[in-house]
Design a protein around this ligand. Sequence first.
Ligand SMILES: Cc1cc2nc3c(=O)[nH]c(=O)nc-3n(C[C@H](O)[C@H](O)[C@H](O)COP(=O)(O)OP(=O)(O)OC[C@H]3O[C@@H](n4cnc5c(N)ncnc54)[C@H](O)[C@@H]3O)c2cc1C
Length: 482
Amino acid sequence: MTDVIVIGAGVCGTAVARELSKYKLSVMVLEKEEDVCVQTSKANSGIVHAGYDARPGTLMAELNVKGNRMMEELAQKLDIPFVRNGSLVISFEKTASELERLYEQGIRNGVEGMKILTGDEARAMEPNLSKEVKAALFAPTAGIVCPFELNYAFAENAAVNGVEFRFDTEVKNITKTGNGLELDTNQGVYRAGYVVNAAGVYADVLHNMVSGQKIRITPRKGEYMLLDRGVGGFVSHVIFQEPSKYGKGVLVTPTTHGNILLGPTACDIENREGTNTTAEGLSEVREKALRSLPGLPLDQVITSFAGLRAHEDGHEFIIGEAPDVKGFIDCAGIESPGLTSAPAIGLYVADLIAALAGPERNPQFIDTRTGILDPKKLSVKERNRLIRVKPEYGNIVCRCEMVSEGEIMDAIHRPVGARTLDGVKRRTRAGMGRCQSGFCSPKTMEILSREWKLAQSEIRKSGKASGIITGIVKEDRKEDSE
Ligand SMILES: Cc1cc2nc3c(=O)[nH]c(=O)nc-3n(C[C@H](O)[C@H](O)[C@H](O)COP(=O)(O)OP(=O)(O)OC[C@H]3O[C@@H](n4cnc5c(N)ncnc54)[C@H](O)[C@@H]3O)c2cc1C
């Protein structure tokens, strides 16, 4: 019997797990996929929202602003990239009434430092903005974070503090027992005193397995285009247009790694795995992004992708013990600003469980984590010294992003390490560049195969159904027959 089982290793589940590891509790994370950060947490805008969007008085508004305030210290402790670059909501209207509404809402939510600017003032900050922009809401507290690194950092730090992770473990059913909850999975039965439901777009399915008070989540797809780092200087702030009833609209933003991201669209769908992009979606992204910044270098698109928001009917975070199921804690309906709010959601859920279970604090809790060593951040002298001691740092595997074999080995061997090509890519950026892994994937496969002692035919791109090769056609068939 485990004290707490968290379902889902996205940014919310891992933030909760890390906060729970500050207590003397046994904590386990069950994840149906092969890794951390494989669903919504890997495909979003990476914006740390200031907090003027959410309705005042909601949990969404409270946790947005709180999460935003926590991000700086957390980024330092967990060694992840975070930049407070500020955002502009631009308006093409003569009257700035929507901006004023957002401003008032932001004030009520506790957002600091906002200002309504004229079009010219906004263009002075962002010279590539359209001449049609009449006004803008500037929010200096908005920022950008690397969504992958935030998720991995939570998971690694939780693991170092004793949290167990079980991958490829799908919860199929949940039942109440006399002293807790029983989870049927494809890997057997697990029992826990408390269960945290952080299952993203599946959170309603899990909630409805055990609670009579049903909730409904609709996957709301958002499609994106990513521009090459070569044009990274084109914008420096996060540029939003005025929001619509479907959300914050198409934005243009720099990323923490120097690319430019355009999107997302917003379209309700039924398929909870429907992360394909569409011609219509991408042309909407192009058209709307060009309205904000007409000179956008769209010939520099290197990839497109889509993510699914877990849109709950009431458009509110549902966080708390289900009223009719003792010990079942929902963390559901976590759509945007869920990434921003994740640190605050982790704290909120851990406080709730601590109040219910009364555990002691864990005096051994380690609250820092060191990210993957990036030789590019070292001086030439330091880099040379590193390569002398560990020659694998001198072997560049991904030429677009200049990622070395040493970084890939670090990504594989650290706590909750990478087991797939995508796992390596999100942790190190090998394959994230202009060639989109055309060059480095065979080399990364070799390293994965060598380090995990698996045949190359067993190396996956991501999950189970994503095998890359079926066998070796020329020479060296030995490893496959072993
Ligand atoms: C297009 C888009 C843009 C966004 N932009 C932003 C932004 O800029 N800023 C911001 O703050 N937020 C943003 N968000 C929201 C943010 O990305 C999400 O709120 C956040 O990632 C949700 O994290 P999660 O852990 O709840 O869900 P997920 O990351 O989806 O994790 C849930 C996990 O549960 C697992 N799971 C599901 N069912 C089971 C089961 N039965 N058994 C075991 N495991 C299971 C899944 O495999 C998954 O790994 C955006 C979202 C989208 C889609």
